[in-house]
Design a protein around this ligand. Structure first.
Ligand SMILES: *Cc1c(COP(=O)(O)O)cnc(C)c1O
Length: 347
């Protein structure tokens, strides 16, 4: 099985498991877990923020961030296919009481003009105020695309003019940093809150962090309890995070190179691949020109022991490279995917 469905599919490596087994642990709720206490400041520094809070998932990190940043009744602006909007079950409404304003745009990136045009100041009688703008980097639904630094800077500057709070959904911000050569702290440090997911390309079994100022993170810690996310001997998991920061960050470049190799191989075999989309560890394949539905294509691939997955776009599938995918897997996928999809197209 060549499992390219997601970079969440990684198994903890033997060395990561050894780090987990050796972890010193304590009561995390009481801030007595030495491994969590080691992980949090490392991630804060990595993201250019004062403090970070360890939580079970990046979804919880996002939701706590929004709740921390604004009172109920306001609006959060983000791209229309942001994870916040299409993959968190309406969490911004449920957990933070926020209205959502969704910006359509190519490649997951909106402009300062779009932000200005959508922004509402709010008034005392009718209009809800826009409170938060959030960007996602890398942007999942568009295929792991990277926000150029000057575009990030421009959104944050515009948010400053409009008096908006800023959130970075940085589940894969280390992919963005490695791909662009811009340090993660330079990207993430300018936001009020930024998140990081440990269970994607970093290869941990679970875990995520939310980072921001000490003041905001004090509130985030309170909300973590409120959401039921305060844990006990959580160092068992945090140890995987510490291990991943030591060993699995720079190597994300290998995932990116393999995605590039896969995209070029599939393109050369005649599959509809947009090579420009491939900036990090995602390759999207549009199966519509092949006369296939997404489900038909997935089934056909599955029979060949290849796992791809759906995207926000009806006929676009994705292949995601990660720690458990090696060069041989890529070569086999380049051979098997066109055969699986092409055979059905001819049938
Ligand atoms: C996966 C993902 C999340 C949520 O991560 P979980 O740890 O699975 O909850 C948030 N944002 C983005 C962009 C993601 O890709």
């Amino acid at each position: 099985m060549i499992d390219l469905r997601s970079d969440t599919k990684t198994q903890p490596s033997p060395a990561m498991r050894a780090a987990i087994a050796a972890a010193e642990v304590g009561d995390e709720q009481r801030r007595e877990d030495p491994t969590v206490n080691a992980l949090e400041p490392r991630v804060a520094e990595l993201l250019g923020q004062e403090e970070a809070v360890f939580v079970p998932t990046a979804t919880m990190a996002n939701e706590i961030a929004l709740r921390t940043l604004a009172p109920p009744g306001g609006e959060v602006i983000a791209e229309e296919n942001a994870h916040l909007f299409i993959s968190e079950l309406g969490g911004p409404a449920v957990h933070a009481g926020l209205m959502t304003r969704q910006l359509p745009c190519p490649n997951g990136r909106f402009t300062p003009d779009q932000l200005r045009a959508t922004f509402r100041r709010g008034d005392r009688t009718h209009t809800p105020p826009t409170r938060i703008v959030s960007i996602e980097n890398t942007h999942n639904a568009s295929g792991g695309r990277v926000w150029p630094l000057e575009e990030v800077d421009a959104i944050v500057a515009t948010a400053g003019e409009l008096d908006l709070r800023t959130h970075l959904d940085g589940a894969r911000v280390l992919n963005a940093a490695v791909a662009s050569g811009v340090p993660a702290e330079r990207i993430a440090g300018q936001f009020d809150t930024a998140t990081l997911c440990l269970s994607k390309g970093l290869g941990c079994p679970l875990g995520a962090l939310i980072a921001g100022s000490a003041e905001l993170m004090a509130e985030a810690r309170r909300l973590k309890h409120l959401f039921g996310g305060a844990m006990r001997q959580a160092g068992i998991v945090a140890a995987a995070g510490v291990y991943a920061l030591d060993h699995n960050v720079e190597r994300l470049a290998e995932d990116h190179a393999r995605a590039r190799r896969l995209a070029e191989g599939l393109h050369a075999a005649g599959l509809p691949i947009d090579l420009e989309q491939v900036e990090t560890n995602f390759v999207q394949v549009d199966v519509r020109p092949l006369g296939l539905s997404a489900d038909e294509a997935l089934e056909r691939l599955w029979q060949q022991d290849i796992g791809l997955s759906k995207t926000a776009h009806e006929t676009r599938l994705r292949a995601v490279t990660h720690l458990d995918i090696g060069d041989e897997d890529i070569e086999r996928a380049i051979d098997a995917i066109p055969r699986a999809l092409g055979a059905l197209a001819r049938a």
